[in-house]
Write a protein that binds this ligand. Structure first.
Ligand SMILES: [Ca+2]
Length: 424
């Protein structure tokens, strides 16, 4: 029987939806109210002053792109019975497999039936923003039922790191077996050192290899693990399904570089996805105040943290020398100043929303929005921005966004819900 499958909202326009979702509108605490966005066609949605007041963009539209209203949509609550969900994958039988940060995996049906925790999931280090994180299916899942997942693991009484394991999902999807350690990022760092900023997103490429984004756990003031290339934190890594460096990685055999490194200079990546139309890799990362970024990731390139940034540190001091550009370091293709705290990242390729084809969708935690970015892929620039899921009763912190095999849009919230967006 359906537990929670009621059509509760039709958007945009038409006033508040008929019923509020439980948990919607919850902020992270006092002083963390959701920003109010201006919805006037052709004007930037954010009217707040920039956090880094002496910032400059490198091209028009690198930040504060014009608002581009598009189409109405419906929002359905599939369930609000999850516990701090982080990631979602679609199984061939139509069920969804969800990770929960405290350390559980569960299946969810389209009717909102949430399973008991799967057996066999290893113990994770759950603290604040970290715990059990991303989940991805092997390219050959239909044949081998192999899954990949990331989590924070304690290496001793004080220190932790992000690890990647594989396992086999049983046919009933009630248990994982044959858990194997594929990779552990290094160095492990003290759990006293900022429990967030650990990354953990997985993107499976066209060859079945894995990109993994690992955060640098930047404290204030930042250290430069992202620039220390013998380490595997503050990096995007490229691994085989066995957890080995991909043979054609840019620094294989080069002294002073970990062979897993694909790109460097990252702070706190929480979104990582392949553009299905051309195979390109894109990433979102939490910057410091005023410096959240959307990056197009290319082999061997340096994305600048903590040498360049469009933001400032949490103590309101400049990051390193306070510069925003430097030769040999990549600019974000878009940045948010003030920030939205970008989480999941996905490219829309389905047929249900023709107006959204090829748009990039970014979940916002602090921004409490699903941000649609209309892209020009000739220049890889953002030409329009549309904040979605702002409706009263729905608006909340967005943790992950994915497109289902049915072409619908699925959203995990930081307030325990799974939402489904369908055409109006
Ligand atoms: Ca950067």
């Amino acid at each position: 029987m359906a537990i929670a499958t009621v059509l509760v909202a039709q958007t945009p326009a038409g006033g508040p939806p008929g019923g509020a979702f439980k948990g919607a509108g919850k902020g992270k605490g006092p002083g963390r109210a959701a920003p109010q966005y201006r919805l006037e066609k052709g004007l930037p949605i954010d009217t707040r002053p920039e956090t880094k007041t002496n910032d400059h963009s490198l091209w028009e539209g690198q930040t504060r792109a014009p608002y581009e209203p598009s189409i109405p949509y419906n929002v359905k609550l599939i369930t609000d019975k999850l516990q701090q969900p982080w990631s979602i994958a679609f199984l061939p039988d139509g069920k969804m497999l969800v990770t929960e940060k405290p350390g559980n995996m569960r299946t969810v049906t389209q009717d909102g039936v949430v399973s008991e925790p799967l057996k066999g999931v290893p113990k994770v280090h759950f603290q604040g923003q970290v715990g059990l994180l991303d989940l991805a299916l092997d390219k050959n899942f239909a044949r081998n039922r192999r899954i990949f997942f990331t989590y924070s693991e304690n290496v001793n009484d004080t220190d932790s790191h992000i690890v990647l394991d594989s396992a086999t999902l049983n046919p009933a999807a009630t248990e994982i077996t044959d858990v194997k350690r594929l990779f552990g990022s290094m160095p492990a760092l003290s759990n006293q050192r900022f429990g967030a900023n650990q990354g953990g997103r997985i993107a499976v490429d066209r060859d079945g290899n894995l990109f993994i984004a690992i955060g640098d756990r930047a404290p204030t003031p930042p250290t430069d693990y992202g620039q220390q290339n013998a380490t595997t934190i503050g990096k995007v890594l490229h691994l085989t399904p066995e957890g080995k460096p991909v043979a054609k990685n840019p620094f294989v055999g080069k002294a002073g570089y970990a062979p897993e490194v694909y790109s460097m200079g990252h702070r706190s990546p929480e979104g990582l996805a392949i553009n299905p139309s051309n195979g390109d890799l894109w990433e979102t990362e939490h910057g410091p105040q005023g410096g959240d970024e959307l990056n197009k990731i290319e082999a061997g390139k340096n994305y600048g943290w903590p040498v360049i940034s469009h933001g400032i540190d949490y103590n309101n001091q400049p990051i390193t020398e306070g510069i925003v550009e430097k030769a040999g370091m990549e600019q974000p293709r878009y940045y948010w100043n003030p920030v939205i705290a970008p989480s999941g990242l996905a490219f829309y390729q389905g047929n249900q929303f023709p107006a959204w084809k090829d748009s990039i969708f970014v979940g916002g935690l602090g921004g409490q929005l699903l941000d649609r970015l209309h892209m020009d892929y000739k220049t890889n620039k953002v030409i329009g921005e549309e904040p979605l899921l702002l409706e009263p009763g729905i608006r909340t912190r967005i943790r992950d966004v994915r497109f289902g095999p049915d072409g619908m849009i699925y959203v995990l919230t930081d307030t325990n819900s799974l939402l489904k967006i369908t055409p109006k």
